[in-house]
Design a protein around this ligand. Structure first.
Ligand SMILES: Cc1ncc(C[n+]2csc(CCOP(=O)(O)OP(=O)(O)O)c2C)c(N)n1
Ligand SMILES: [Mg+2]
Length: 390
């Protein structure tokens, strides 16, 4: 297996010898993203393999724990998708297929590390101890976030593509100034990698040696735009141009993601600066519940990725090694069902917000314009009460 890490590379790699003509540009871009070199510790067939740069020696309990995390996260996600279809949520962004990328990286974190997520990091939220029901409020439209970021060092979901990568970098620069040895991790997608904010974050983090890990989940699609439209080279290789290491990991291999993210976080803590981790994975579902992927991608592509399913490969491994018997698996099924029931009950009993609350927290000390808007809105609302009273 080839180690495709700009960190591990000591001498320039030889060209593959493939030539690119003007007319072959698209072909080259596609092959760059489809290149198979990545860090892997567990094959799609559930076979444990070694890697010269990344080792991991998980206990049976840890292996079962990772599988449990992925199963419960997938179940929560499926339940949320169903709740959107039943009109209980306005929208849902499914993480289906990306469980290993999120659980592997989430479990590599220390409590004092800080996470800046996008809108799809339900598995990372799970690892941080954010209650899954809290993730639903924003998608139901009853709050603007749903949790206190500082309770779990898990920032609010960010929908403005790429902006949280800059926030993470600024936060990491602050961590370094404080002299703390925590690390920061910024999640973003293949599409976000084209944003100016991400390039700026790369520059600042490199120049200031900020303790940040850039964790790009390359799920192959940015809504209907394929990954090859984002970059002429594999995304992880961009790090070299900014002066820090990049590594591509099999994003459907929870063990490899855990090992690679742990190493990147350790580098950050040791004052060695940022790392770009590209988790090569696949978005098995739609971009969100508002999207119809059959309009722009082929069934065969999804089917090819199904064979690399992150849950299946760890389950195969556990069964092969005799680490998960039928009783344990049945217990996990029961736990999943109980989680689903809890989520459904929580959403149905979620109170609608006070409509005036939208004016709260706009300014710390109040503002004349907001006061005026609040008064006008109160008057407008009262007009309905008057009508009802007639
Ligand atoms: C600044 C900005 N531009 C455009 C959008 C609309 N938008 C929402 S999601 C998305 C695609 C993001 O793709 P990617 O970064 O690959 O993340 P993924 O959704 O695949 O996890 C776009 C363009 C947005 N939210 N913010
Ligand atoms: Mg994407």
């Amino acid at each position: 297996m080839t180690v495709e890490s700009t960190a591990a590379r000591s001498k320039p790699r030889r060209s593959s010898g493939k030539r690119t003509t003007a007319g072959g540009t698209r072909k080259r871009a596609q092959s760059a993203n489809a290149r198979p070199e990545l860090v892997q510790l567990l094959t799609p067939e559930g076979e444990r393999i070694e890697h010269p740069d990344y080792s991991l020696d998980p206990t049976p309990d840890e292996l079962r724990g990772l599988y449990r995390d992925m199963v419960l996260t997938r179940r929560f996600d499926a339940e949320a998708t169903a709740l959107q279809r039943q009109g209980e949520l306005g929208l849902w962004a499914s993480l289906l297929g990306q469980e290993a990328a999120q659980i592997g990286s989430g479990r590599a974190l220390r409590d004092d590390d800080y996470v800046f997520p996008t809108y799809r990091e339900h598995g990372v939220a799970w690892c941080r101890g954010v209650d899954p029901t809290n993730l639903l409020g924003m998608f139901r439209g009853v709050n603007h976030g749903g949790w206190d970021p500082n309770s779990n060092n898990f920032h609010l979901y960010t929908i403005v593509i790429g902006s949280q990568v800059l926030h993470a970098t600024g936060y990491a620069m602050g961590v370094a100034k404080d002299g703390a040895d925590s690390a920061v991790i910024a999640y973003f997608g293949d599409g976000a990698s084209s944003q100016g904010d991400v390039a700026e974050a790369f520059t600042f983090s490199a120049v200031y040696n900020a303790p940040v890990v850039f964790f790009c989940q390359n799920n192959q699609w940015a809504i209907s735009e394929p990954a090859e439209r984002q970059s002429r080279v594999p995304i992880y290789q961009r790090a070299a141009g900014f002066g820090f290491p990049g590594v591509r990991v099999d994003g459907n291999d929870v063990l490899a993601v855990l090992a690679v993210t742990r190493a990147a976080l350790e580098r950050a803590r040791a004052g060695e600066g940022p790392t770009l981790v590209e988790a090569f994975t696949y978005r098995m579902g739609a971009h969100t519940t508002s999207d119809d992927p059959t309009r722009y991608r082929k069934d065969a592509e999804r089917e090819a990725w199904e064979a690399k399913d992150p849950l299946l490969r760890l389950r195969t491994h556990l069964e092969k090694e005799g680490l998960a018997d039928a009783g344990w698996l049945a217990g996990l099924d029961e736990e999943s069902d109980a989680l689903a029931v809890r989520v459904r009950e929580a959403i149905r009993s979620m109170p609608d917000p006070d409509t005036m609350a939208v004016f709260d927290h706009v300014y710390a000390d109040g503002h004349a314009l907001v006061d005026e808007e609040r008064a006008r809105f109160a008057e407008y609302q009262a007009s309905f009460a008057d009508e009802e009273g007639r």
